[in-house]
Design a protein around this ligand. Structure first.
Ligand code: BGC
Length: 457
Protein backbone atom coordinates (compact mmCIF):
# COMPACT_ATOMS: atom_id res chain seq x y z
CA UNK A 1 0.00 0.00 0.00
CA UNK A 2 1.51 3.35 -0.98
CA UNK A 3 0.24 5.49 1.90
CA UNK A 4 2.75 5.71 4.76
CA UNK A 5 1.64 4.66 8.26
CA UNK A 6 1.54 8.20 9.64
CA UNK A 7 -0.19 9.70 6.58
CA UNK A 8 -2.29 12.73 7.55
CA UNK A 9 -5.80 12.09 6.29
CA UNK A 10 -7.47 15.43 6.75
CA UNK A 11 -9.92 18.09 5.69
CA UNK A 12 -9.74 21.88 5.41
CA UNK A 13 -11.72 25.04 5.97
CA UNK A 14 -11.08 28.79 6.17
CA UNK A 15 -12.25 31.28 8.77
CA UNK A 16 -14.37 33.58 6.63
CA UNK A 17 -16.04 30.68 4.85
CA UNK A 18 -17.30 28.90 7.97
CA UNK A 19 -17.11 30.95 11.15
CA UNK A 20 -19.82 33.63 10.95
CA UNK A 21 -19.93 35.63 14.21
CA UNK A 22 -19.28 38.67 12.08
CA UNK A 23 -18.64 41.30 14.77
CA UNK A 24 -18.81 39.16 17.85
CA UNK A 25 -16.63 39.16 20.95
CA UNK A 26 -14.55 42.11 19.82
CA UNK A 27 -13.91 41.04 16.23
CA UNK A 28 -13.82 43.80 13.64
CA UNK A 29 -14.28 43.66 9.88
CA UNK A 30 -11.99 41.99 7.39
CA UNK A 31 -11.99 42.98 3.73
CA UNK A 32 -14.33 40.10 2.98
CA UNK A 33 -16.76 41.25 5.68
CA UNK A 34 -16.58 44.72 4.28
CA UNK A 35 -16.87 44.01 0.57
CA UNK A 36 -19.51 41.29 0.94
CA UNK A 37 -21.82 44.00 2.27
CA UNK A 38 -21.46 45.98 -0.94
CA UNK A 39 -24.23 45.20 -3.43
CA UNK A 40 -23.24 42.90 -6.28
CA UNK A 41 -20.05 41.48 -4.76
CA UNK A 42 -21.43 38.06 -3.80
CA UNK A 43 -24.23 36.28 -5.65
CA UNK A 44 -27.71 36.77 -4.18
CA UNK A 45 -26.23 39.45 -1.90
CA UNK A 46 -24.96 36.75 0.44
CA UNK A 47 -22.36 37.39 3.15
CA UNK A 48 -20.30 35.45 5.66
CA UNK A 49 -22.05 37.11 8.61
CA UNK A 50 -23.38 33.76 9.81
CA UNK A 51 -21.92 31.26 7.32
CA UNK A 52 -21.85 27.84 9.03
CA UNK A 53 -21.97 29.45 12.45
CA UNK A 54 -18.87 27.42 13.21
CA UNK A 55 -17.82 30.01 15.81
CA UNK A 56 -20.69 28.73 17.96
CA UNK A 57 -21.00 25.17 16.70
CA UNK A 58 -17.37 24.11 16.72
CA UNK A 59 -17.91 21.46 19.38
CA UNK A 60 -20.48 19.71 17.21
CA UNK A 61 -18.20 20.14 14.18
CA UNK A 62 -15.22 18.61 15.95
CA UNK A 63 -17.43 15.70 17.04
CA UNK A 64 -18.34 15.12 13.37
CA UNK A 65 -14.68 15.27 12.37
CA UNK A 66 -13.96 12.66 15.01
CA UNK A 67 -16.73 10.50 13.61
CA UNK A 68 -15.07 10.66 10.18
CA UNK A 69 -11.81 9.74 11.88
CA UNK A 70 -9.81 12.73 10.58
CA UNK A 71 -6.16 12.71 11.53
CA UNK A 72 -5.65 16.35 10.61
CA UNK A 73 -7.81 19.45 10.35
CA UNK A 74 -6.55 22.50 8.52
CA UNK A 75 -8.28 25.76 9.44
CA UNK A 76 -7.38 29.42 9.22
CA UNK A 77 -7.24 32.15 11.82
CA UNK A 78 -9.27 35.30 11.29
CA UNK A 79 -6.66 38.03 11.73
CA UNK A 80 -9.35 40.59 12.61
CA UNK A 81 -10.72 38.32 15.32
CA UNK A 82 -7.32 38.12 17.00
CA UNK A 83 -6.14 41.67 16.27
CA UNK A 84 -9.29 43.66 15.46
CA UNK A 85 -7.29 46.57 14.03
CA UNK A 86 -4.75 44.27 12.43
CA UNK A 87 -1.99 45.62 14.66
CA UNK A 88 -1.76 46.64 18.30
CA UNK A 89 -4.43 45.47 20.70
CA UNK A 90 -4.89 41.71 20.99
CA UNK A 91 -8.44 40.43 21.38
CA UNK A 92 -8.20 37.76 24.04
CA UNK A 93 -11.63 36.32 23.26
CA UNK A 94 -10.65 35.75 19.65
CA UNK A 95 -7.50 33.92 20.64
CA UNK A 96 -9.42 31.90 23.19
CA UNK A 97 -11.75 30.63 20.50
CA UNK A 98 -8.85 29.15 18.54
CA UNK A 99 -7.16 27.85 21.65
CA UNK A 100 -10.34 26.00 22.68
CA UNK A 101 -10.75 24.64 19.18
CA UNK A 102 -7.18 23.32 19.24
CA UNK A 103 -7.75 21.63 22.59
CA UNK A 104 -10.94 19.98 21.37
CA UNK A 105 -9.22 18.75 18.20
CA UNK A 106 -6.33 17.24 20.10
CA UNK A 107 -8.72 15.59 22.50
CA UNK A 108 -10.49 14.07 19.51
CA UNK A 109 -7.17 12.73 18.20
CA UNK A 110 -7.03 15.27 15.35
CA UNK A 111 -3.85 17.23 14.58
CA UNK A 112 -4.57 20.94 14.07
CA UNK A 113 -2.92 22.66 11.11
CA UNK A 114 -3.11 26.46 11.19
CA UNK A 115 -3.20 28.77 8.16
CA UNK A 116 -2.37 32.31 9.17
CA UNK A 117 -3.80 34.04 6.13
CA UNK A 118 -6.71 32.79 4.06
CA UNK A 119 -7.50 36.11 2.35
CA UNK A 120 -9.31 37.98 5.14
CA UNK A 121 -7.07 41.01 5.69
CA UNK A 122 -8.33 43.23 8.53
CA UNK A 123 -10.26 46.12 7.00
CA UNK A 124 -8.35 48.55 9.22
CA UNK A 125 -5.11 47.53 7.50
CA UNK A 126 -6.70 47.69 4.08
CA UNK A 127 -7.57 51.30 4.85
CA UNK A 128 -3.87 51.88 5.37
CA UNK A 129 -3.06 50.48 1.94
CA UNK A 130 -3.14 46.78 2.77
CA UNK A 131 -0.49 44.76 0.96
CA UNK A 132 0.63 47.88 -0.89
CA UNK A 133 1.91 49.37 2.34
CA UNK A 134 5.66 48.75 2.86
CA UNK A 135 4.86 48.08 6.52
CA UNK A 136 2.61 45.13 5.63
CA UNK A 137 5.37 42.51 6.09
CA UNK A 138 5.91 43.82 9.63
CA UNK A 139 2.19 43.74 10.37
CA UNK A 140 2.04 40.13 9.27
CA UNK A 141 5.09 39.21 11.32
CA UNK A 142 3.58 40.77 14.47
CA UNK A 143 0.33 38.89 13.91
CA UNK A 144 2.21 35.60 13.35
CA UNK A 145 4.03 36.17 16.63
CA UNK A 146 0.81 36.67 18.60
CA UNK A 147 -0.75 33.49 17.22
CA UNK A 148 2.42 31.42 17.58
CA UNK A 149 2.87 32.46 21.21
CA UNK A 150 -0.59 31.27 22.03
CA UNK A 151 -0.95 28.11 19.94
CA UNK A 152 2.46 26.70 19.09
CA UNK A 153 2.67 24.64 22.26
CA UNK A 154 -0.08 22.49 20.75
CA UNK A 155 -0.04 23.26 17.02
CA UNK A 156 2.89 21.76 15.17
CA UNK A 157 1.97 22.42 11.53
CA UNK A 158 1.66 25.94 10.14
CA UNK A 159 0.94 27.56 6.83
CA UNK A 160 1.78 31.20 6.24
CA UNK A 161 -0.36 32.04 3.20
CA UNK A 162 -3.16 30.42 1.30
CA UNK A 163 -2.95 30.95 -2.46
CA UNK A 164 -1.23 34.22 -3.32
CA UNK A 165 -2.45 33.36 -6.83
CA UNK A 166 -5.98 34.16 -5.71
CA UNK A 167 -5.74 36.97 -3.18
CA UNK A 168 -3.12 38.86 -5.16
CA UNK A 169 -3.80 37.62 -8.71
CA UNK A 170 -7.58 37.71 -8.52
CA UNK A 171 -7.94 40.18 -5.67
CA UNK A 172 -5.37 42.83 -6.53
CA UNK A 173 -4.58 42.39 -10.21
CA UNK A 174 -7.69 41.09 -11.96
CA UNK A 175 -10.23 42.44 -9.47
CA UNK A 176 -12.45 39.38 -9.12
CA UNK A 177 -12.12 38.94 -5.35
CA UNK A 178 -11.90 41.20 -2.33
CA UNK A 179 -10.73 43.91 -2.43
CA UNK A 180 -11.74 43.84 -6.13
CA UNK A 181 -8.85 45.99 -7.37
CA UNK A 182 -7.17 46.18 -10.72
CA UNK A 183 -3.69 47.45 -10.13
CA UNK A 184 -1.03 48.28 -12.67
CA UNK A 185 2.04 46.14 -13.09
CA UNK A 186 4.37 48.24 -10.95
CA UNK A 187 1.92 48.05 -8.07
CA UNK A 188 1.52 44.29 -8.46
CA UNK A 189 5.32 43.92 -8.42
CA UNK A 190 5.43 46.02 -5.26
CA UNK A 191 2.72 43.90 -3.64
CA UNK A 192 4.65 40.76 -4.64
CA UNK A 193 7.73 42.16 -2.94
CA UNK A 194 5.74 42.70 0.27
CA UNK A 195 4.32 39.21 0.01
CA UNK A 196 7.74 37.51 -0.13
CA UNK A 197 8.96 39.58 2.80
CA UNK A 198 5.78 38.96 4.81
CA UNK A 199 6.13 35.22 4.29
CA UNK A 200 9.81 35.28 5.33
CA UNK A 201 9.19 37.41 8.40
CA UNK A 202 6.33 35.17 9.49
CA UNK A 203 8.46 32.05 9.12
CA UNK A 204 11.16 33.66 11.28
CA UNK A 205 8.54 34.66 13.87
CA UNK A 206 7.09 31.16 13.95
CA UNK A 207 10.52 29.57 14.34
CA UNK A 208 11.46 32.01 17.11
CA UNK A 209 8.20 31.77 19.03
CA UNK A 210 7.58 28.06 18.42
CA UNK A 211 7.30 26.17 21.68
CA UNK A 212 8.23 22.98 19.84
CA UNK A 213 9.95 22.37 16.49
CA UNK A 214 7.35 23.51 13.98
CA UNK A 215 6.62 22.26 10.48
CA UNK A 216 6.00 25.24 8.27
CA UNK A 217 4.82 25.54 4.69
CA UNK A 218 2.67 27.56 2.35
CA UNK A 219 -0.52 26.55 0.50
CA UNK A 220 -0.32 27.86 -3.06
CA UNK A 221 -2.43 26.73 -5.98
CA UNK A 222 -1.62 27.21 -9.66
CA UNK A 223 -2.00 25.89 -13.12
CA UNK A 224 -0.55 22.42 -13.77
CA UNK A 225 -1.29 21.57 -17.41
CA UNK A 226 -1.46 17.85 -18.04
CA UNK A 227 0.78 16.10 -20.54
CA UNK A 228 -1.07 15.00 -23.65
CA UNK A 229 0.53 11.57 -23.29
CA UNK A 230 3.10 10.08 -20.96
CA UNK A 231 5.87 10.33 -23.53
CA UNK A 232 8.96 12.06 -22.10
CA UNK A 233 8.52 15.00 -24.49
CA UNK A 234 4.93 15.61 -23.50
CA UNK A 235 5.75 15.31 -19.79
CA UNK A 236 8.58 17.81 -20.23
CA UNK A 237 6.29 20.21 -22.06
CA UNK A 238 3.73 19.98 -19.25
CA UNK A 239 6.41 20.53 -16.64
CA UNK A 240 7.69 23.57 -18.46
CA UNK A 241 4.18 24.98 -18.78
CA UNK A 242 3.57 24.35 -15.06
CA UNK A 243 6.37 26.73 -14.16
CA UNK A 244 5.79 29.30 -16.88
CA UNK A 245 5.76 33.01 -16.10
CA UNK A 246 3.08 34.31 -18.44
CA UNK A 247 2.83 38.02 -19.23
CA UNK A 248 -0.30 39.37 -17.58
CA UNK A 249 -1.00 36.08 -15.79
CA UNK A 250 2.25 35.44 -13.91
CA UNK A 251 0.54 35.93 -10.54
CA UNK A 252 -1.71 32.96 -11.32
CA UNK A 253 1.21 30.62 -11.98
CA UNK A 254 3.34 28.52 -9.66
CA UNK A 255 6.91 29.63 -10.04
CA UNK A 256 6.32 33.36 -9.57
CA UNK A 257 5.55 32.70 -5.89
CA UNK A 258 7.38 29.47 -5.20
CA UNK A 259 10.78 30.05 -6.83
CA UNK A 260 11.83 32.95 -4.59
CA UNK A 261 10.57 31.11 -1.51
CA UNK A 262 11.87 27.62 -2.26
CA UNK A 263 14.85 28.37 -4.49
CA UNK A 264 15.89 31.83 -3.33
CA UNK A 265 15.74 33.38 -6.78
CA UNK A 266 13.43 34.33 -9.62
CA UNK A 267 13.22 32.02 -12.61
CA UNK A 268 14.99 32.91 -15.83
CA UNK A 269 11.56 33.46 -17.38
CA UNK A 270 10.72 36.02 -14.70
CA UNK A 271 14.12 37.67 -15.26
CA UNK A 272 13.44 37.78 -18.99
CA UNK A 273 9.95 39.23 -18.52
CA UNK A 274 10.74 41.94 -16.00
CA UNK A 275 14.51 42.48 -16.04
CA UNK A 276 15.43 45.10 -13.47
CA UNK A 277 11.80 45.78 -12.61
CA UNK A 278 11.83 42.58 -10.55
CA UNK A 279 11.69 43.10 -6.79
CA UNK A 280 15.24 43.49 -5.45
CA UNK A 281 16.33 42.18 -2.09
CA UNK A 282 19.44 42.38 0.06
CA UNK A 283 21.31 39.17 0.86
CA UNK A 284 19.73 39.13 4.33
CA UNK A 285 16.27 39.57 2.87
CA UNK A 286 16.82 36.72 0.44
CA UNK A 287 17.99 34.50 3.28
CA UNK A 288 14.86 35.31 5.23
CA UNK A 289 12.49 34.84 2.28
CA UNK A 290 14.04 31.55 1.25
CA UNK A 291 14.69 30.02 4.66
CA UNK A 292 13.98 26.30 4.52
CA UNK A 293 10.38 25.17 4.78
CA UNK A 294 9.26 21.71 5.81
CA UNK A 295 6.84 20.87 3.03
CA UNK A 296 5.38 22.09 -0.23
CA UNK A 297 1.66 22.56 0.39
CA UNK A 298 -0.57 22.51 -2.66
CA UNK A 299 -4.26 23.12 -3.30
CA UNK A 300 -5.14 21.00 -6.30
CA UNK A 301 -8.44 20.87 -8.14
CA UNK A 302 -8.04 20.47 -11.87
CA UNK A 303 -5.37 20.16 -14.50
CA UNK A 304 -5.41 21.59 -17.98
CA UNK A 305 -6.58 25.05 -17.01
CA UNK A 306 -5.13 27.55 -19.39
CA UNK A 307 -4.90 31.31 -19.01
CA UNK A 308 -6.16 33.17 -20.88
CA UNK A 309 -9.11 31.00 -21.97
CA UNK A 310 -8.67 29.86 -25.56
CA UNK A 311 -10.81 31.40 -28.27
CA UNK A 312 -12.89 28.33 -29.03
CA UNK A 313 -14.13 28.17 -25.46
CA UNK A 314 -12.56 24.80 -24.72
CA UNK A 315 -9.82 24.47 -22.22
CA UNK A 316 -6.73 22.61 -23.23
CA UNK A 317 -7.05 18.84 -23.09
CA UNK A 318 -10.75 18.92 -22.26
CA UNK A 319 -13.20 17.56 -24.83
CA UNK A 320 -16.87 18.01 -25.55
CA UNK A 321 -18.88 16.57 -22.72
CA UNK A 322 -15.85 15.82 -20.55
CA UNK A 323 -16.54 15.35 -16.82
CA UNK A 324 -16.94 18.62 -14.95
CA UNK A 325 -17.98 19.71 -11.49
CA UNK A 326 -20.83 22.15 -10.92
CA UNK A 327 -18.34 25.02 -11.10
CA UNK A 328 -17.39 23.76 -14.57
CA UNK A 329 -14.01 22.63 -13.34
CA UNK A 330 -12.49 19.70 -15.19
CA UNK A 331 -12.36 16.36 -13.41
CA UNK A 332 -8.75 15.41 -14.12
CA UNK A 333 -7.40 12.97 -11.53
CA UNK A 334 -4.00 12.84 -13.32
CA UNK A 335 -3.23 16.27 -11.91
CA UNK A 336 -2.96 14.60 -8.51
CA UNK A 337 -0.12 12.54 -9.92
CA UNK A 338 1.71 15.18 -11.94
CA UNK A 339 1.45 18.13 -9.55
CA UNK A 340 3.12 16.38 -6.59
CA UNK A 341 5.75 14.95 -8.94
CA UNK A 342 6.57 18.24 -10.65
CA UNK A 343 6.70 20.18 -7.38
CA UNK A 344 8.82 17.58 -5.63
CA UNK A 345 11.24 17.41 -8.52
CA UNK A 346 11.66 21.18 -8.70
CA UNK A 347 11.58 22.13 -5.02
CA UNK A 348 12.78 18.95 -3.29
CA UNK A 349 10.33 19.18 -0.41
CA UNK A 350 7.79 16.63 0.77
CA UNK A 351 4.33 17.40 -0.54
CA UNK A 352 1.32 18.20 1.61
CA UNK A 353 -2.00 18.25 -0.21
CA UNK A 354 -3.66 21.15 1.56
CA UNK A 355 -6.90 21.16 -0.49
CA UNK A 356 -8.69 19.02 -3.05
CA UNK A 357 -12.35 18.43 -3.71
CA UNK A 358 -15.31 19.34 -5.88
CA UNK A 359 -18.52 21.33 -5.85
CA UNK A 360 -21.53 19.09 -6.41
CA UNK A 361 -25.31 19.31 -6.69
CA UNK A 362 -25.84 17.96 -3.21
CA UNK A 363 -29.12 17.91 -1.34
CA UNK A 364 -30.77 15.85 1.36
CA UNK A 365 -32.72 12.98 -0.19
CA UNK A 366 -36.13 11.82 0.97
CA UNK A 367 -34.39 9.18 3.05
CA UNK A 368 -32.52 11.88 4.99
CA UNK A 369 -29.11 11.09 3.49
CA UNK A 370 -26.93 13.01 1.04
CA UNK A 371 -25.97 10.60 -1.77
CA UNK A 372 -23.00 12.36 -3.30
CA UNK A 373 -21.76 9.50 -5.45
CA UNK A 374 -19.88 11.83 -7.75
CA UNK A 375 -17.77 13.16 -4.91
CA UNK A 376 -16.92 9.61 -3.86
CA UNK A 377 -15.82 8.75 -7.38
CA UNK A 378 -13.89 12.02 -7.68
CA UNK A 379 -12.12 11.41 -4.41
CA UNK A 380 -11.43 7.80 -5.30
CA UNK A 381 -9.83 8.72 -8.61
CA UNK A 382 -7.76 11.57 -7.21
CA UNK A 383 -6.52 9.49 -4.29
CA UNK A 384 -5.50 6.65 -6.62
CA UNK A 385 -3.42 9.18 -8.55
CA UNK A 386 -1.86 10.41 -5.33
CA UNK A 387 -1.05 6.82 -4.42
CA UNK A 388 0.65 6.45 -7.79
CA UNK A 389 2.80 9.52 -7.14
CA UNK A 390 3.84 8.01 -3.80
CA UNK A 391 4.64 4.69 -5.49
CA UNK A 392 6.83 6.61 -7.92
CA UNK A 393 8.89 7.96 -5.03
CA UNK A 394 7.25 11.31 -4.22
CA UNK A 395 7.12 11.80 -0.44
CA UNK A 396 3.56 12.91 0.41
CA UNK A 397 2.78 13.78 4.01
CA UNK A 398 -0.97 14.16 3.88
CA UNK A 399 -4.17 14.87 2.03
CA UNK A 400 -6.73 17.49 3.10
CA UNK A 401 -10.13 17.37 1.52
CA UNK A 402 -11.77 20.67 0.65
CA UNK A 403 -13.87 21.06 2.53
CA UNK A 404 -14.86 19.59 5.85
CA UNK A 405 -18.30 21.17 5.39
CA UNK A 406 -20.29 23.14 2.84
CA UNK A 407 -19.47 26.82 3.20
CA UNK A 408 -19.38 30.25 1.60
CA UNK A 409 -17.64 29.82 -1.75
CA UNK A 410 -16.44 33.45 -1.79
CA UNK A 411 -18.08 35.53 -4.54
CA UNK A 412 -20.07 32.50 -5.65
CA UNK A 413 -21.99 32.39 -2.38
CA UNK A 414 -23.51 29.29 -0.84
CA UNK A 415 -24.69 27.44 -3.95
CA UNK A 416 -21.50 25.47 -4.67
CA UNK A 417 -21.27 22.73 -2.06
CA UNK A 418 -17.78 21.35 -1.43
CA UNK A 419 -18.27 19.67 1.95
CA UNK A 420 -18.05 16.18 3.36
CA UNK A 421 -20.72 17.50 5.71
CA UNK A 422 -23.91 19.01 4.31
CA UNK A 423 -25.04 22.25 5.93
CA UNK A 424 -28.68 23.39 5.78
CA UNK A 425 -28.17 27.13 6.12
CA UNK A 426 -31.77 27.69 7.25
CA UNK A 427 -31.36 25.58 10.35
CA UNK A 428 -27.59 25.02 10.52
CA UNK A 429 -28.34 21.31 10.67
CA UNK A 430 -25.35 19.22 9.66
CA UNK A 431 -25.66 15.91 7.78
CA UNK A 432 -22.70 13.69 7.02
CA UNK A 433 -22.73 13.02 3.29
CA UNK A 434 -22.16 9.53 1.89
CA UNK A 435 -18.69 10.73 0.90
CA UNK A 436 -17.89 11.32 4.59
CA UNK A 437 -18.70 7.69 5.40
CA UNK A 438 -16.66 6.58 2.40
CA UNK A 439 -13.71 8.78 3.38
CA UNK A 440 -13.95 7.44 6.94
CA UNK A 441 -13.36 3.97 5.50
CA UNK A 442 -10.35 5.23 3.51
CA UNK A 443 -8.88 6.64 6.69
CA UNK A 444 -9.61 3.50 8.69
CA UNK A 445 -7.87 1.29 6.16
CA UNK A 446 -5.09 3.83 5.51
CA UNK A 447 -6.08 3.88 1.87
CA UNK A 448 -6.34 0.14 1.39
CA UNK A 449 -9.98 0.18 0.38
CA UNK A 450 -9.10 2.45 -2.56
CA UNK A 451 -7.74 -0.64 -4.23
CA UNK A 452 -10.61 -2.97 -3.35
CA UNK A 453 -12.40 -2.31 -6.65
CA UNK A 454 -9.45 -3.74 -8.53
CA UNK A 455 -10.15 -7.13 -6.95
CA UNK A 456 -13.85 -6.99 -7.78
CA UNK A 457 -13.21 -6.97 -11.50
C1 BGC B 1 -9.52 28.17 -1.73
C2 BGC B 1 -10.79 27.89 -0.97
C3 BGC B 1 -11.93 27.72 -1.96
C4 BGC B 1 -11.63 26.51 -2.82
C5 BGC B 1 -12.69 26.21 -3.86
C6 BGC B 1 -9.36 27.39 -3.00
O1 BGC B 1 -9.02 28.27 -4.01
O2 BGC B 1 -8.40 28.11 -0.91
O3 BGC B 1 -11.01 28.90 -0.06
O4 BGC B 1 -13.17 27.62 -1.35
O5 BGC B 1 -10.43 26.70 -3.51
O6 BGC B 1 -12.82 27.26 -4.76
Amino acid sequence: MPFPKDFLWGASSAAYQVEGAYLEDGKKESIWDHFSHEPGRIVHGETGDIACDHYHRWREDVALMKKIGLKSYRFSISWARVLPDGIGRVNEKGLQFYSDLVDALLEAGIEPMVTLYHWDLPQALYEQGGWKNPDSPKWFEAYARVVARRLSDRVKRWITFNEPQMFIGLGLQIGAMAPFEQNDEDTVLRISRHFYLAHGRAVSALRQEGKQPLMIGMAPTGDVPLPRSNSPEDVEAARKASFAVLPGAYTLGNSWWADPIFLGRFSSEAEALFGNRLPRFTREEWDMIAQPLDFYGFNVYQGAVSYPAPQDGYQEDAYQGSPKTTLDWNVTPEVMYYAPKFFYERYGKPIMITENGMAGMDWVSLDGHVHDMQRIDFLHRYLLSLGKAIEDGVPVLGYHHWSIMDNLEWSRGYDPRFGLIYVDYRTQKRTLKDSAAWYARVIQTNGENLYAHEHDE
